[in-house]
Unconditional design. Structure first.
Length: 143
């Protein structure tokens, strides 16, 4: 397994694991890698700093892998709590959010998917939206 820091066209940087460098290339070419913040599939490798261990007489300034894991777990718990009572609307998110903004549909808590272009357009239109910090698995998807 290999980990890469990746950057989307909007400049978001995120980390992803791949079986090999070739697996990354294949997934990027097929546009199956998407930014977890905006959904953009225009992905490239970001500049990565080498992992150099700290000297034995110094404390590492980076958080331990366990601390990072605990922080991500806590973030996932908080996101799940925030989504309680929210309806998954999938790819109709932009249409539904615009309808609520225009008053054509009652306001409700929803979450779903939108393309980078749809997100930009909604922001320009003043539609109140926010990205989720972690990806959401659609309820009808099996693992």
């Amino acid at each position: 397994m290999i980990v890469f820091d990746l950057r989307c066209g909007a400049g978001h940087i995120f980390e992803a694991w791949f079986a090999s460098g070739a697996a990354y290339d294949d997934q990027r070419d097929k546009a199956t890698i998407a930014c977890p913040l905006c959904g953009d599939v225009a992905i490239d490798k970001a500049v990565m700093a080498p992992a150099i261990p700290a000297k034995g007489n110094r404390k590492a300034s980076d958080p331990s892998p366990m601390a990072v894991k605990q922080a991500l777990k806590r973030l996932a718990e908080l996101q799940a709590k925030a989504l309680e009572g929210s309806q998954w609307v999938g790819g109709t998110f932009a249409t539904r959010a615009r309808a609520m903004h225009a008053g054509d549909e009652p306001t409700a808590a929803i979450h779903g998917q939108a393309s980078a272009a749809e997100v930009t357009a909604m922001i320009d239109e003043g539609v109140a939206i926010a990205p989720l910090p972690l990806p959401v698995t659609p309820p009808d998807t099996k693992h």
